[in-house]
Design a binder for this molecule. Structure first.
Ligand code: CAA
Length: 258
């Protein structure tokens, strides 16, 4: 399907989704969020796709929810349409790994969109922030919740209360992003990470996602039990037999997602 606010390419089992509203610094309007949900659903259903990369432009990953579109809405409108709840449901349904490749501004909903991905690779020009307070609102897609789990209370309070931006170095130091690379290398690095993931067993990558995500939802003892049971269950898979045999035979594994 052709999109107006996204460019989607699939190559070597990796879907690259580029947010494409350059005039609005990729601000997340209804159309973009709808198209993104649709693109994610399509990649989930496409057997050729094994990993997804979401990126923006060099200047902006996304400068937040679209303020022009939101400004005049009433409480009843945003509440009854479950604004940003409905539009972001698809992220929670994705079992394929999603990497955010962030350059430039990732603010408000942009930072939140990056945090909904499985991990973030940032360029050295990236700037993260939750400046909603300057607009008289609180974050609406996880900026007070996911960010707090990622960087801790003190920094999350600082970001949400002052609206200040965090540069790439601070974001890496704080655990918000997994790595920082020079801007020119961002896509190459993200696609190479996605390629590596695409070569694994998809059965195992889906299990790894479930295990790590569960750590945010449960106690340590329940999480450890959940992880151990997942570990045990993978011994019922052909890919476990293949992975371990390949190691012992000193060859590359041939996973079949079974
Ligand atoms: N919504 C709508 N349009 C936006 C936008 C946004 N979030 N961010 C930027 N734009 C538009 C600007 O209005 C401008 O359009 P026009 O040329 O038509 O005026 C265009 O993008 C370029 O922006 P600037 O001229 O402002 O560019 P700049 O380089 O001077 O500044 C910036 C860049 C610091 C990112 C600045 O644009 C900015 O502060 N943007 C808003 C950031 C923000 O507040 N984000 C939070 C949104 S609320 C939210 O996301 C809620 C939530 O949690 C779900």
């Amino acid at each position: 399907m052709a999109y107006e606010t996204l460019i989607v390419e699939v190559e070597n089992h990796v879907a690259l989704i580029r947010l494409n509203r350059p005039d609005a610094l990729n601000a997340l309007n209804t159309q973009l969020l709808g198209e993104l949900a649709d693109a994610l659903k399509s990649t989930e259903e496409n057997d050729k796709v094994r990993c997804v990369v979401i990126t923006g432009s060099e200047k902006a990953f996304a400068a937040g929810a679209d303020i022009k579109e939101m400004a005049e809405k009433t409480f009843v409108e945003v509440f009854m349409s479950n604004l940003f709840g409905r539009e972001t449901e698809q992220f929670l349904k994705c079992r394929k790994p999603i990497i955010a490749a962030v350059s430039g501004y990732a603010l408000g909903g942009g930072c939140e969109l990056a945090m909904m991905c499985d991990f973030i690779i940032a360029s050295d020009t990236a700037k993260f922030g939750q400046p909603e307070i300057n607009l008289g609102v609180v974050a609406g897609i996880g900026g007070s919740q996911r960010l707090t789990r990622f960087v801790g209370k003190s920094k999350a309070m600082d970001m949400n209360l002052t609206g200040r931006f965090m540069d790439a170095k601070e974001a890496e130091r704080s655990g918000l992003v997994s790595r920082v690379v020079p801007a020119k290398k961002l896509l190459e690095e993200a696609l190479s990470a996605a390629q590596k993931i695409a070569e694994k067993s998809m059965l195992t990558t889906a299990v790894v996602k479930e295990a790590v995500n569960r750590s945010y939802e449960t106690t340590l003892s329940e999480g450890l039990l959940f992880e151990r049971r997942l570990f045990h269950s993978l011994f019922a898979s052909e890919d476990q037999k293949e992975g371990m045999a390949a190691f012992l035979e000193k060859r590359e594994p041939q996973f079949r997602d079974k």
